[in-house]
Design a protein around this ligand. Structure first.
Ligand code: SAH
Length: 372
């Protein structure tokens, strides 16, 4: 009976070596296959022409290249933002967004299908928690983006980066709620003999799961951390983000400080701006008070604040802060010495911006835009 149940992307190099051993193949075949997967971005055994035909056939018969089926690709920003809607075997949605800039290419990927965290302002939470993605299912989103980037480069006239330069775990799901699989994906993509992504080019965003932050503080790769703060007030934060009841602000800030002290890396606090909810000048002042003197070590400021004007999510009664309120909020922070930027937006027209990932119409939620 044919059984191709092995997802090659779920295998580390030692796993592939074990497989070769089981198949009575020499060990060096593993490295050849691994290079096809992560250096040449290959996903067709027929093209692995340095392998004997019999081995190619066995690979085709016994394994598969990834679990995610591309359902649709939506494009925006003149083709420079590309959102993939993937379907898992049971049709659960997974989304990734490739953002191409003249000097870099960033892919925003998902660590779960749906999300258990239930932040009131986020589209993904509305789906509930469908699946924890396996390391392979996380990694294959980046491989999709790398192939997509290659295709864009072939057709584009202007400058297009040669490779994916940044991977951000800010798509669907809470990475620290799927920590081990998430970390395995970082290690796989980082491997200098394979995909070779620099550790500093990864950013993970967490809703504020303190144990995950503390674990990352001890990790051996210097991955960037972003913490979703969104309010400096426990009552309001708990209302917006149920996780705050488990890990309130003081604990969260303590963990963030530990991370900066241990890693000497700057972290960013994300702050989604909701009109007349968390965007009053007094709230900016409260935020400045919370952060000042907290996450500083000596003279070095080891954090900055990233303000994100909220992207509309259907079925909520929330509103996006207008430009004036955003600028005002930023001004108060700056006046109090808080380094902060307003996030440049990509993909709002294809519901690919932060917190808008909800599976398009695979999940029964209609996408506002038809594919172009
Ligand atoms: N679970 C992780 C990653 C989620 S998405 C986390 O919570 O950090 C990345 C960022 O987008 C988070 O800061 C999240 O709070 C924010 N976000 C969620 N919904 C949003 C929306 N509708 N508009 C703008 N940002 C949103």
């Amino acid at each position: 009976m044919s059984d191709n149940s092995i997802n090659l992307y779920d295998m580390s190099l030692p796993d592939i070596e074990n497989l070769m051993n089981k198949w009575d193949e020499p060990a060096f075949r593993a490295r050849q296959i691994y290079r096809h997967l992560y250096v040449h971005l290959g996903n067709d055994p027929n093209e692995m022409t340095d392998l004997p035909v019999a081995l190619r056939e066995r690979i085709a018969e016994k394994t598969h290249f990834g679990d995610l089926r591309v359902d649709r690709v939506l494009t925006g920003d003149h083709g420079m933002t590309r959102k993939a809607l993937f379907a898992m075997q049971d049709n659960s949605p997974v989304e990734s967004v490739l953002m191409i800039y003249p000097d870099r290419a960033t892919v925003c990927i998902s660590s779960q299908s749906g999300c258990p965290m239930q932040c009131t302002f986020c589209a993904t939470g509305k789906l509930g928690h469908l699946h924890d993605l396996t390391p392979g299912q996380i990694v294959e989103q980046v491989l999709w983006a790398a192939r997509e980037l290659n295709n864009v480069r072939k057709q584009a006239k202007g400058e297009i980066p040669g490779a994916i330069s940044n991977v951000v775990y800010m798509g669907m799901g809470e990475p620290f709620n799927n920590y081990d699989n998430w970390w395995a994906s970082v290690e796989r993509l980082h491997d200098p003999t394979g995909f070779n992504m620099g550790a500093r080019n990864f950013t993970v965003s967490t809703v504020g799961l303190v144990p995950g932050i503390l674990k990352l503080a001890e990790a051996d790769l210097p991955v960037n951390l972003a913490v979703s703060l969104h309010s400096a007030d426990d009552k309001l934060r708990s209302e917006m983000m149920p996780v705050n009841k488990r890990y309130p602000i003081t604990e969260l800030i303590d963990a963030a400080r530990t991370y900066t002290e241990k890693t000497r890396r700057r972290l960013s606090f994300e702050y989604v701006l909701l009109k007349e909810k968390n965007d009053f000048p007094e709230q900016a002042l409260q935020l400045a008070g919370l952060l000042r003197g907290n996450v500083t070590t000596g003279k070095t400021m080891l954090f900055h604040v990233n303000l994100i004007p909220w992207n509309p999510v259907p079925g909520t009664s929330l509103n996006r802060s207008d430009r004036k309120r955003v600028i005002n909020f930023q001004k108060v922070l700056k006046e109090h010495g808080i380094p902060c930027t307003v996030r440049v937006e990509r993909g709002t027209d294809i519901a690919a911006a932060c917190g808008q990932l909800a599976g398009g119409d695979i999940a029964g939620i209609r996408d506002e835009n038809s594919p172009d």
